[in-house]
Design a protein around this ligand. Structure first.
Ligand code: NAG
Ligand code: ZN
Length: 491
C-alpha cells in the first residue's frame, strides 16, 4: 500500500465509517454519512491532484469519439448481434459456449491482445416443462418460472392445498401440522432487491423444514405486467429438496388475499427441471497490454456473459459485458495504451452463484496482490450513467473521487461508497482490493431483471455509448496513473 502521510491521519475516520456501514444494510442511501465530509477528509498531495486533473483532455477525447465520433452506436449494434445470434446464455448451455467462442473471435478481430478463455466449473441446471394451475376454488393458469437449482416434481406433478404468507415471520407462527403436505406461497412486499431476494433464495429451504411439498414465490420485482421473474435459489444442507418457482406479482397477491379471506386454494404444479453434472464453462478475457507493467497491477473491467434462459440477457448482463469488451476495442483503435494492462473479463456462471469469478480468483490467488490493481464491474444496468460507486480504502477513495470528477462531459460525476454493485468482483473487493461499479439511472432495472422482458428494447444506443465512454475513460486513467491504487488486502 502506498500511503500518504497526510492520509494516515484519517485512518481512524475510516474505521468509524466501516463500523457504521457494517451494521447497516450495505446501501449508501441508508448511510448517514454526509458525503461532502467524506471528501473533505481527503488531503491528496497537490501534485497527484494536478496529475489527475491533467487527464481531462484525454478523457474528453475518449468520450467524444465514443459518444459523438466514429464509435457511436457500435456498442449497441454489437450487443444486438450477440443476443440476436445466440439468444439467452444459461450456464451449461450450448448457446453460452457458442457465444463465448464468438466473443473470442470478435475480440481477436478487434485486435485485443492475449485473447483467451479460462475454465470455470459451473452448475448445470436445466429448465424442463413447467406448469401451474389454480384448480380450486376456480381454474386459472399461473405463469411461473422455476428457480435455478430447483428440483422438479414427480411425473404428473403434485396437487396440494395452499398456505400463503407475506413473510418468514408470519410463516414461523405456523406449525408442522399446518404446513405438512402444502404448497407454501410466499408473497413478500418489494422493499429492495437485497432485502426481498431472500424469499427467492431461501423460501424452499424454510418451507421444506416444516414439511411443505413445494414453494411459489412472488417475483422479486417492484413492478409487473404479468410476467414471472426467475433467479437462483439454494437448498440448506440436509433439507429435503422441494420444487420452487416464482409466480407473477398479480397472481401471488390474489392468492394471498383469497387465502386470508379463508378460501381453500388448491394448485396443480408440474415441473420437469433438473440438475445435471457440473459443466466446464469459460471466462472470456482480452487485454490492452500496458506500456510499463504487463502482467502486474492489472486494471480489470468486467461484466458477465451468461444470463438466465428467459429473455436474452441484453440488460443482465449483456450491456455490462459489452461495455467492458468495447472499452478496450475503442482505446486500442484510438491508439491509447496505458502504463498498466487493462483486462476485460466476461465472467461465466454468474447467475447460478458467481462461479466464474470464484474460479478466476482461485486460479489467480498466488500472486493476486501483485497481479491486480483495480476491479471494475457493470452488472446493475447500463441505463443513463450517473457516475461510479467505489469500494476500497480511504487513500484509494480519495484518488478515485478525483477521477470521477473527470466524467463531467457526460454528466456522470456522482460518487458513492461503499459500492452497491459488483457481484463477481466481490471475490476481491470484500477482501480489500479496490473496485468500482457503474452507477446508472437504473430505477427500472428490476422491472425487466430475469424475465422475458430482458431484451434489446431495454437498451438505448446513445446511453450505451455513454456507459462505454465512462468505462473506457475511467479504466484508462486508473491504469495510466503514476501510482497504483492503494489497498489493504486481508488474506
Ligand atoms: C478446460 O476444460 C476442457 C474441457 O473440460 C479441458 O479439455 C481442458 O483441458 C481444460 N483446460 C485447462 C487448462 O484446464
Ligand atoms: Zn447480472
Amino acid at each position: 500500500m502506498k500511503a500518504y502521510g497526510s492520509l494516515v491521519l484519517f485512518l481512524g475516520f475510516l474505521v468509524l465509517v466501516k463500523v457504521q456501514a457494517g451494521v447497516l444494510d450495505n446501501r449508501i442511501d441508508q448511510f448517514e454519512l454526509d458525503e461532502s465530509a467524506g471528501e473533505e477528509s481527503c488531503n491528496l498531495p497537490d501534485d497527484l491532484r494536478q496529475e489527475i486533473k491533467g487527464y481531462q483532455s484525454i478523457v474528453n477525447k475518449i468520450i467524444g469519439r465514443i459518444v459523438d465520433g466514429e464509435f457511436a452506436g457500435q456498442t449497441w449494434n454489437s450487443l444486438a448481434e450477440l443476443v440476436d445470434t445466440f439468444g439467452a446464455r444459461l450456464s451449461g448451455s450450448e448457446q453460452l459456449e457458442k457465444a463465448i467462442d464468438y466473443v473470442v473471435d470478435q475480440m481477436q478481430h478487434d485486435q485485443l491482445e492475449n485473447v483467451h478463455t479460462e475454465n470455470a466449473t459451473v452448475p448445470h441446471w436445466v429448465r424442463g416443462y413447467e406448469s401451474a394451475q389454480l384448480v380450486a376454488p376456480f381454474k386459472k393458469n399461473l405463469a411461473l418460472l422455476g428457480l435455478g437449482t430447483s428440483v422438479g416434481t414427480p411425473r404428473g406433478g403434485i396437487i396440494a392445498d395452499v398456505i400463503a404468507v407475506e413473510s418468514f415471520k408470519e410463516f414461523e407462527a405456523l406449525t408442522v401440522e399446518q404446513v405438512k403436505g402444502k404448497i407454501v406461497v410466499f408473497v413478500p412486499q418489494w422493499e429492495s432487491y437485497g432485502k426481498t431476494v431472500v424469499y427467492r433464495s431461501k423460501g424452499a429451504s424454510v418451507a421444506s423444514k416444516k414439511g411443505a411439498v413445494a414453494t411459489l414465490i412472488r417475483s422479486v420485482t417492484p413492478f409487473s405486467i404479468g410476467s414471472p421473474h426467475t433467479g437462483g435459489q439454494d437448498y440448506d444442507e440436509g433439507v429435503k429438496k422441494i420444487p420452487s418457482a416464482c409466480i407473477t406479482v398479480e397472481d401471488a397477491e390474489m392468492i394471498l388475499r383469497k387465502y386470508r379471506r379463508g378460501d381453500r386454494l388448491t394448485i396443480h404444479l408440474e415441473m420437469e427441471d433438473r440438475n445435471l453434472e457440473p459443466f466446464v464453462s469459460r471466462n472470456t478475457i482480452g487485454e490492452l497490454v500496458g506500456t510499463t507493467y504487463t502482467n502486474s497491477s492489472v486494471v480489470v473491467v468486467s461484466g458477465h456473459l451468461d444470463s438466465w434462459d428467459v429473455g436474452v440477457g441484453a440488460m443482465d448482463d449483456g450491456g455490462g459485458a459489452l461495455i467492458s469488451w468495447k472499452a478496450l476495442t475503442f482505446l486500442k483503435a484510438m491508439g491509447l495504451r496505458a502504463k498498466r494492462t487493462i483486462r476485460a473479463i466476461l465472467w461465466t456462471g454468474e447467475e447460478e452463484g458467481l462461479w466464474g469469478g470464484r474460479a478466476y480468483k482461485e486460479e489467480h490467488k498466488e500472486n493476486e496482490k501483485k497481479e491486480f490493481n483495480f476491479f471494475f464491474e457493470s452488472d446493475i444496468g447500463t441505463f443513463e450513467p450517473r457516475g461510479l460507486d467505489f469500494t476500497g480504502n480511504k487513500d484509494a477513495e480519495c484518488i478515485f473521487r478525483e477521477i470521477v470528477k473527470l466524467m463531467s462531459p457526460i454528466n456522470a460525476t456522482d460518487f458513492e461508497t461503499p459500492s452497491d454493485g459488483g457481484p463477481d468482483i466481490s471475490h476481491w473487493t470484500t477482501r480489500g482490493f479496490p473496485g468500482a461499479s457503474l452507477m446508472n439511472k437504473n430505477e427500472k432495472y428490476f422491472w425487466f431483471h430475469h424475465s422475458a422482458g430482458d431484451s434489446m428494447a431495454v437498451e438505448d444506443p446513445k446511453t450505451l455509448d455513454k456507459c462505454a465512454a465512462l468505462w473506457a475513460a475511467a479504466a484508462y486513467v486508473v491504469a495510466d496513473l503514476s501510482i497504483s491504487m492503494p489497498k489493504d488486502v486481508v488474506d
